[in-house]
Each structure stands twice: as structure tokens, then as C-alpha cells.
Write a protein that binds this ligand. Structure first.
Ligand code: CA
Length: 616
């Protein structure tokens, strides 16, 4: 088979037989088929879904063949209806038979639409019309080659190349395009929110809880045009449903936590991507800050408590309360930044800047960790930093304590200064890989993955901890970032079927690899900084949509030379531990001098530290 965006061509090769079959399965939860022998065609629809969509949700399909059917039948559940051309029910399908000589090929074209049968036919015509299987195959390959060529890496092993491009490929698979082009060539979509056919973009299948971290920042860096379309899609989602889609699949789904759309939107706008209605998105973000949505992932569960007390209490029946507090506080930082850029009133900016400091309310000085806090102000007791879930989301306190993207400097202070802070970072790797799974009642796969990785309580197989290694850059020990990043790049990823150490999650775990292999990572989306790590390749060339190229060089890179001795940008030495978005996008040369032992003085001065609110 070979694909286009909304269609696919299949080529079946048969032995010599008078019984060469193709079975069309409309799937359960409601389907229909209609065989039209004179047109060598089968059309139908399937309604299969897992909730969260309007009652008229339907995937229409059209299938055409390059030859007449020798025989044809329909089926309904387990009943064969040989004389029928149409079937509709809970689970129906069709059977098509051909007589074939040895090696004979039957070609089949399939397209689908969420709008109508006519639109499915239009998608088939516009995307595959007049093209052979080989034509489509060559075109698909060319399209992927062009996308994967936006970043060219050189000087690694074959396995490193395979892993890098596998990760880059997966970084680009989500969110899915849920829009189609009508007969006039206009962009239209079926709304998975109100069931209407409406103009404009729509994207789906994305959990922002995962992807705000680096997959969306990857799109803002390398795919600003697509990012702009996605923002237009967010505007439509808000207009059609009254909410931002925190976990669209394809409608609002009750999955994970947070209000992380604020990060995506602020990051996009502040990085200069502007072709969408930001005022509507700003209104939508503000609505999130004081509303509980129709499902727990939408809006902010516990918003009243959070806005009044500065945290979501542990003992008021709202789960994952510390995780919610930390993610709301970071979202509030993003809102403050966006409000500033949009020229909103000073009081509004100040309100969200203050709320961005709410992370302090769930920090426990005694354990130096984030910990559940009761309504009366006391901390949860008993408390185990090894307990997964409960106050946290698919992680424990060791993972969530670092979710202060907006103010790492403030977290350093809470931990008693740089020494205390880096000791706590070190501890994540040196504590035993033990865990308390009592909240879930079973060892969830994220826990098992951490145990198998055997890096203490470092749990790269899930998202909350993924930026943690970069935080040594905020406390004078960037060489530890370099060491651990290379460990993770080498040990926890490969290009084989078991190439991930946990959930890939809409490209987030892949985007981590792509950024980290290039030598930097967006620790704080909503700022213009990418924090340095240790690049994996001797050379990487980034071709941006603005036509500029950034060449990243590390000629002495090797398995042993994982430490950064010095960094220069366009021939000028820089001591800081980050590079700006505008610097990357301006193109030029970023050079890393690699060596086999830590340079314990580079990047250690206060001026070299990346952004923190406490430094502003
Ligand atoms: Ca995950």
C-alpha cells in the first residue's frame, strides 16, 4: 500500500486462482456498505469511535477497483448475504472475488472523509486521480524526503542516523489534519465538537500535556506555517465547543490534566507566528483559568481552590493536585508573557505573574520536594516521594519537583542554593529504582519502564521528567547535563521496534531526541531560549522556512568526547548556556568544541544561566 494524506492505493498480488478474495470490514459500532458492480466500486461508512463526538460522527469511505468483480457478497455480523448489494448494521462488510493468473495484481484505491460520501470521492479524485501505484509511491517518498531533509545530520554512526530520522519522522506525525478541501478548493472540516461542516482548519489527536514540552516547540522552530494552521484550528475548536482542546481525539477527551494550551499559544505568538486570531485564543485561555470544563482535562479542575489558595489541595477530592498546581502555575507564566505582548492591562499581567509563583505553595522544605498540601495548609502525611499518582500524574515527586519551567532559579533558592539543588538533581539518578504503586493498584507500564531503565528514579519513559537533565545549566554544573543527555541518547533510544523506553506520545519523546541530538532543548516554551546539552553528531544543518540555514558543528565529537569545552556562535565565543530562537532563525554557525573531560568553568557564571522569572 502507498499513501496520500486522505487516501491510499493497495496492490494485491495473487497466485493462479478462481478464488482471489478481498474482504471489506466496516468495523463494529455501526457500519454500512454498498457494492456498485457496474462502477467497480464499494462505498460505505463506519461510526466506530470511543466517545466524545457528536451523534452524527461518521467516517465515509469509497473504494474503487481496476477490474470487474467475478463475484460479490455482503455480510452482516456472521451472516453471509450473497444476493445483497447493500448492508447496514452493527458490524457489516463486503466480500469481493476475482479470478487471477499467477502473480496477477489487483489495484484498489481507497479514500475517506469525515464530511460525506461525495467528499470521500472528491478526496480520492483530487489526491490519486490519474496516478498509478508507482506514481503515488514515488511522490510519497519525495514528500517525506523533503520533510526529513529540513534537518541534515552528518558524522554519526549508521544506527545514530537511523534513530535520528526515525525520531524526526515520528515528531511529524501529530497532530493529525482533520480538515479537507471541498469542490471549490476551500479548506473545510467536520466539527468533532458540534457536528457541523464548517470552513477553516481543524487538527486533532493530540495530548498537550505531552506535546507542549518539545514537540510543539519543534513545530514553532521548524514548521511555523503548519503551526499557524494549528493555531487557526484551535480558534475554531474554541468557537465550536467553547473550550480549548487539551486532549483532542477527535473531540474533547477526558484524559490527563492541565491547561497546557496556554504554553502552545504563547510560544507560537511570542516566536513571531501571527497569522491567526490571537484575541479569541487569549479569551479562551482566560476562560480556562477560572472554569472547570465538561471533562476533567478541559478548563482547570480545582480552579476555585487554586485561584483562592494558590494551590489545589490534596484533601478535597481532586486527584493529581500537585501536578495540577505546578502546571497551572507554569500556564499562568505563559499567560502573563502573552498578556504583556498583547498590551493587556498591567493588573492582568501582574495577576498571572503572581500566580506563576504558586509552585512555591506545594514545595516542602523538609524533604526539598513537591508534596501534597492540605486545605488547612499542612502537608500531606504520610508522604513518600516514591509514590506514583495520587498528588501527581503518572509520576512521583522525584519527577514532578522539576516542573517549574518558568522559574528554576526560584526552585534553586527553595532548595537552599546551587549545591542543594544539584544534589537533589543527582539524587534522582542515585536513589534506588523503587516505587510505590498503591495509588494505581497495579504496576503501570510507566513504572515498569523506569525500573527496567535502571537509572534510579529517572523515568524518561514518561514526560514530566524529560526536561530535568537540562536544569544543571541553571546551577553551575552544565557538564552534568552533557553527561546525562548523552547517556539517555545512547541508552534509551534506538531505531528498532523496541526503540523507545516508554510511550512515544504524539511525538514528544521523539522531539526530545531530535532537539537533544542537535545540542539544545526548549526547557521553557513561552521564552525564546533553547538550553544547551551535548550534540550527538559532528554536523547538523537546519534549513528554516525563512530560507536561512543554521549549521551546528562539533568536529571532535565522539563516544568519549561528550563534554562541551567551549561554544561559539558565528565565530564569537559565548559563555551562556542557551541560544535564542532569533539567533537560530537568523542562520549561521554554532560550533561546539568537544572533549573527553568536563570543563567545569564554562557556563558557570550567573550571566550564563538561562531564563528564570526570579532573574528578570
Ligand atoms: Ca506519557
Amino acid at each position: 500500500m502507498t499513501p496520500t494524506e486522505r487516501a491510499a492505493l493497495f496492490r494485491f498480488t495473487y497466485p493462479e486462482s478462481d478464488s482471489s478474495w478481498i474482504i471489506i470490514d466496516g468495523f463494529n459500532k455501526g457500519s454500512s456498505v454498498k457494492i456498485i458492480p457496474s462502477e467497480r466500486k464499494v462505498v460505505g461508512w463506519c461510526r466506530n469511535n470511543h466517545g466524545g463526538v457528536p451523534s452524527n460522527f461518521c467516517n465515509y469511505f469509497v473504494i474503487t477497483f481496476d477490474r470487474d468483480f467475478r463475484e460479490h457478497h455482503t455480510w452482516n455480523e456472521n451472516i453471509l448475504n450473497s444476493n445483497d448489494l447493500e448492508e447496514e448494521g452493527e458490524h457489516v462488510g463486503a466480500i469481493l472475488g476475482f479470478s487471477t493468473s499467477k502473480g496477477e495484481k489487483v489495484n484498489m484505491r481507497v479514500a475517506s472523509s469525515f464530511i460525506s460520501e461525495e467528499q470521500a470521492l472528491l478526496n480520492l479524485e483530487s489526491e490519486t486521480g490519474g496516478m498509478s501505484f508507482e506514481d503515488i509511491k514515488i511522490r510519497a517518498k519525495d514528500i517525506w524526503n523533503a520533510e526529513l531533509s529540513r534537518i541534515k545530520v552528518e558524522g554519526g554512526t549508521d544506527d545514530q542516523m537511523r534513530t535520528f530520522y526515525s525520531c524526526l519522522y515520528r515528531s511529524l506525525l501529530f497532530p493529525r489534519k482533520f480538515f479537507e478541501k471541498n469542490s471549490k478548493g476551500d479548506i473545510v472540516h467536520y466539527s468533532p465538537y458540534n457536528g457541523q461542516i464548517l470552513p477553516g482548519y481543524m487538527f486533532t489527536d493530540n495530548g498537550f500535556w505531552d506535546t507542549f514540552r518539545s514537540q510543539f516547540p519543534f513545530l514553532t522552530l521548524m514548521y511555523p506555517d503548519l503551526n499557524s494552521q494549528i493555531m487557526q484550528g484551535l480558534v475554531n475548536t474554541y468557537l465550536e465547543s467553547g473550550w480549548l482542546p487539551e486532549w483532542a481525539s477527535p473531540g474533547h477527551r477526558d484524559c490527563m490534566i492541565g491547561s497546557n494550551s496556554a504554553s502552545l499559544i504563547a510560544d507560537s505568538w511570542l516566536k513571531g507566528i501571527r497569522d491567526y486570531d490571537i484575541e479569541t485564543l487569549y479569551e479562551a485561555i482566560l476562560k480556562n483559568t477560572d472554569s472547570v470544563g465538561p471533562v476533567s482535562s478541559v478548563g482547570r479542575l480545582g480552579a476555585d481552590y487554586y485561584n483562592k489558595l494558590g494551590y489545589v489541595p490534596y484533601d478535597v477530592g481532586i486527584n493529581e493536585n500537585v501536578a495540577r498546581t505546578l502546571e497551572y502555575a507554569y500556564a499562568d507564566f505563559c499567560i502573563a508573557r502573552l498578556a504583556e505582548a498583547l498590551g493587556k492591562p498591567q493588573e492582568e499581567i501582574a495577576l498571572f505573574r503572581n500566580r506563576a509563583m504558586n509552585y512555591k505553595n506545594v514545595f516542602d522544605k523538609e524533604s526539598k520536594l513537591m508534596r501534597g498540601r492540605n486545605l488547612d495548609g499542612s502537608f500531606q502525611s504520610p508522604f513518600s516521594p516514591y509514590k506514583w499518582g495520587d498528588a501527581f500524574t503518572e509520576g512521583n515527586s522525584w519527577h514532578y519537583t522539576w516542573s517549574v519551567f518558568q522559574d528554576v532559579e526560584g526552585l534553586v533558592s527553595l532548595m537552599g542554593g546551587k549545591k542543594g539543588f544539584t544534589e537533589m538533581l543527582d539524587s534522582v539518578f542515585t536513589v534506588p529504582p523503587v516505587f510505590d504503586y498503591s495509588y494505581y493498584g497495579q504496576v503501570i507500564h510507566e513504572i515498569r519502564e523506569m525500573q527496567v531503565m535502571n537509572m534510579g528514579n529517572y523515568a524518561h519513559g514518561n514526560q514530566p521528567v524529560q526536561h530535568m537533565i537540562y536544569l544543571y545549566n541553571y546551577a553551575g554544573e552544565p557538564w552534568k547535563t552533557q553527561f546525562h543527555i548523552r547517556e539517555v541518547l545512547d541508552k534509551l533510544y534506538n531505531w528498532l521496534p523496541d526503540g523507545y523506553c516508554g510511550d512515544e506520545d504524539n511525538g514528544q519523546t521523539s522531539a526530545w531526541y531530535v532537539f537533544s541530538a542537535l545540542g539544545f532543548y526548549p526547557v521553557t516554551p513561552g521564552t525564546d531560549e533553547y538550553v544547551f546539552g551535548s550534540p550527538l553528531f559532528k554536523k547538523a544543518t537546519l534549513s528554516f522556512e525563512n530560507g536561512k540555514k543554521m549549521i551546528i558543528e562539533a568536529p571532535d565529537n565522539s563516544r568519549d568526547n561528550v563534554y562541551v569545552g567551549g561554544i561559539s556562535l558565528n565565530g564569537k565565543k559565548i559563555d551562556r548556556n542557551y541560544i535564542r530562537h532569533s539567533e537560530l532563525q537568523s542562520g549561521g554557525r554554532l560550533k561546539f568544541d568537544m572533549q573527553n573531560s568536563p570543563n567545569k568553568t564554562r557556563g558557570t557564571s550567573e550571566e550564563s544561566y538561562p531564563f528564570s522569572m526570579s532573574r528578570e
